[in-house]
Design a protein around this ligand. Structure first.
Ligand SMILES: Cc1cc2nc3c(=O)[nH]c(=O)nc-3n(C[C@H](O)[C@H](O)[C@H](O)COP(=O)(O)OP(=O)(O)OC[C@H]3O[C@@H](n4cnc5c(N)ncnc54)[C@H](O)[C@@H]3O)c2cc1C
Length: 632
């Protein structure tokens, strides 16, 4: 059975409904398709989404309706010829790729930050999501309240806790805006409006870590039929009720626009079996993780970037770059390159990369022969941004408070750190309560974006160059800028000439970025360089770190860990798809109230580079010369 979701209601006047009806597949649901519009207008609507506070249909009325050219309406029906053809070759012969030949623009509104990541998981689609840097999420919608995902099963405590976090976000946003305005006075060459926008963006950046993962956003998707088929199947198979509800709504809208491409999904023997397979696959992984004792939190609580493995050598890179111009085979190219001295190889690579006038001038496909698998711990906010990159493999774990949270230094200096930490603690407590009540999948809704998540990015050197240069830009958020810098540093250790080709990495740092980099580098130093699987030395080290930060038991108390894990498992297996199942065991997880302080402020003090410590001893700094920049 498909669950339902509670979303804010939107109302339109009769005249507005008439204007909208031709261009949107429905006017009363949060998932709808864009039809009878020029392709560029659909794209423009999505492009504006990022910084527009409202919904897409309202945006259309506000900004586009008056200038839309007359387009003859296209009936939703495909006609007999096309429908028969798809019936034969898509459904009959199983020629999947024909579903790549047509697509649709679909908007998914009022989606939680957990769901946005699921919607953006398919790689062969284009996405746009509302920004947390330009939009304040502190408005109370009429008849709904703050913008967060609701579920009656979570009880009134959930709404009390999340209202508290949003109230704090609202207060801190106002206070931080004033503080940033004082600290970054307007330059003579800057207009008051531009300065106010830049100040607001900086303040939004500083407080966005408070927003819970339940925060509702809008996502625009442009994808092919094949991508949508996969997306719907994965959503329907997902344990979150919200994902299932959106999967069903998405399917219904696609059936109006590209019915033949999603024809397999509702058939029990096709889509039905596929969904079962996806669930079985997930179940098998969960069971194996439990059997192997991998379901207990382990690993560093600081932000970190670790190169798990790299494939390929710089000689192989050179041979691959020469390959398409050569008439001989790869082996010959490898031999010719191996005969060169190190300096000659480095010079050849510089030649083959050529003069890059801007970051869009990318080296050739040969760069794709080198690959890197990185394991990253960063706040959820940075993960949200990095997960949007398409040409890589991104795998992420469930969001939890086990890896600690990040507290921006500026908020501490503004005297707002205590309030921020208190709200994070409210968010963590609500997470723990939901988990203890059996809502294992749903508990992360309550967690703020400042909490850290562990994930993998596996990518080739060409995509690494693109991602690192783009994400190091000073317009970006310090938390993902820090990841970008560390990715390059790790690549430089194995492939120095590849790192040297990344000439558009923005080196300019600022205090928060420096602090994050310092935490990541200290973490890399502390970590044993080669930890063999099951090594007792590695384990006891991890255990001490975990215990110090109050986020679990030392690994040596294996018996109690396993029994706690079992009682959790009992709660999750007795509640299919995370639904409450009467009485469940409460988690035995010691979490002292000082937890946040330990995992945020202690880090920032103990691991701050000497240069920063000296600076803070000198007291408050004079206002910055450079005003905060506005991201594109
Ligand atoms: C400062 C900043 C602010 C941002 N703000 C927002 C925001 O408010 N909202 C938001 O949703 N996103 C935002 N983004 C994310 C951005 O829109 C992209 O999602 C992200 O940068 C990854 O896309 P990419 O195409 O650059 O690179 P990748 O996904 O890494 O792809 C690499 C390359 O592959 C090619 N490629 C990838 N996908 C396609 C495709 N579908 N069709 C054709 N070619 C493709 C392109 O050449 C691309 O450069 C922001 C990014 C930055 C740096």
């Amino acid at each position: 059975m498909i669950e339902t979701v509670t979303v804010p209601a939107e109302s339109f006047s009769d005249e507005e409904r008439e204007r909208l009806a031709l261009h949107f597949t429905n006017l009363d649901r949060p998932v709808f398709g864009l039809v009878n519009l020029p392709e560029t207008v659909k794209g423009a609507l999505f492009a504006r989404y990022s910084r527009y506070q409202g919904t897409l249909r309202r945006l259309f009325l506000d900004e586009f309706a008056d200038s839309v050219p007359e387009v003859p309406p296209i009936e939703g029906a495909e006609g007999k010829r096309a429908a028969d053809l798809y019936e034969r070759i898509f459904l009959g012969y199983g020629d999947d790729s024909v579903a790549q030949l047509g697509g649709a623009h679909i908007a998914c509104e009022w989606t939680s930050n957990l769901l946005t990541k699921l919607l953006q998981r398919p790689r062969l689609a284009a996405y746009l999501e509302q920004s947390t840097r330009y939009i304040a999420y502190d408005d109370r919608l009429q008849g709904f309240g703050y913008r967060y995902h609701r579920d009656a099963r979570f009880g009134p405590q959930y709404e009390r806790a999340l209202d508290d976090v949003f109230d704090t976000y609202h207060r801190l946003l106002e206070q931080t805006t004033v503080w940033v305005g004082d600290r970054f006075p307007r330059g003579d060459d800057e207009s008051p409006a531009a300065h106010a926008r830049a100040v607001r963006a900086k303040a939004l950046d500083l407080v966005r870590g408070l927003l819970p993962a339940a925060t509702l956003s809008h996502v625009g998707i442009y994808g092919s039929g094949q991508t949508y088929e996969q997306l719907v199947l994965h959503l329907l198979a997902h344990p979150l009720a919200e994902a299932q509800a959106y999967g069903q709504m998405l399917l219904e809208e696609l059936q109006r626009i590209i019915p033949s491409f999603v024809v397999r999904v509702p058939r029990e023997d096709r889509g039905g079996r596929w969904i079962e397979y996806l669930r079985e696959r997930r179940g098998a992984a969960d069971a194996a993780v439990h059997r192997l004792g991998l379901d207990e939190p382990a690993g560093p609580a600081a932000p970190s970037v670790r190169l798990v493995r790299a494939h390929g050598t710089e000689e192989e890179l050179l041979a691959a770059l020469l390959y398409e111009s050569a008439a001989s085979g790869e082996e010959d190219a490898l031999q010719a390159v191996a005969a060169l001295s190190r300096d000659e190889q480095a010079a050849l690579l510089r030649d083959l990369v050529g003069t890059r006038e801007n970051r869009r001038h990318r080296p050739g496909r040969g760069f794709e022969t080198l690959t890197y698998r990185f394991e990253i711990v960063s706040d959820y906010g940075a993960f949200r941004d990095l997960q949007r990159h398409r040409l890589l493999t991104c795998q992420w774990q469930r969001l939890s408070p086990d890896l600690g949270a990040d507290l921006p230094d500026e908020l501490v200096r503004a005297g707002l750190g205590g309030e921020y930490e208190r709200a994070l603690e409210v968010s963590r407590s609500e997470y723990e309560r939901l988990r203890a009540d059996g809502f294992v999948e749903e508990a992360p809704y309550a967690l703020s974006l400042a909490y850290r998540i562990r994930y993998v990015l596996e990518l080739d050197a060409r995509e690494a160059l693109h991602l690192i240069e783009l994400r190091s830009g000073r317009e970006g958020h310090p938390s993902y800028r820090a990841v970008a810098h560390e990715l390059r540093r790790a690549i430089a250790e194995v492939h120095p000439n590849v790192a040297a080709a990344m000439t558009y990495v923005d080196e300019e740092t600022e205090e928060r970025l420096e602090r994050l980099l310092s935490e990541m580098r200290n973490d890399a130093k502390r970590r044993p360089r080669r930890r063999s699987r099951g090594s007792s030395r590695g384990r006891s080290r991890t255990a001490r770190t975990a215990f110090r930060h109050g986020r679990g038991r030392p690994r040596s108390t294996r018996a109690s860990a396993v029994s706690a894990a079992r009682s959790r498992r009992a709660s999750s297996t007795s509640c299919p798809r995370g639904r409450p199942a009467g009485s469940v065991a409460t988690r035995a997880r010691p979490a002292p109230a000082s937890f946040l302080r330990a995992s945020t402020r202690c880090h920032s003090r103990a691991r701050r580079p000497r240069r920063c410590r000296r600076r803070s001893r000198r007291g408050t700094r004079a206002p910055e010369r450079r005003p905060p920049r506005r991201a594109p």
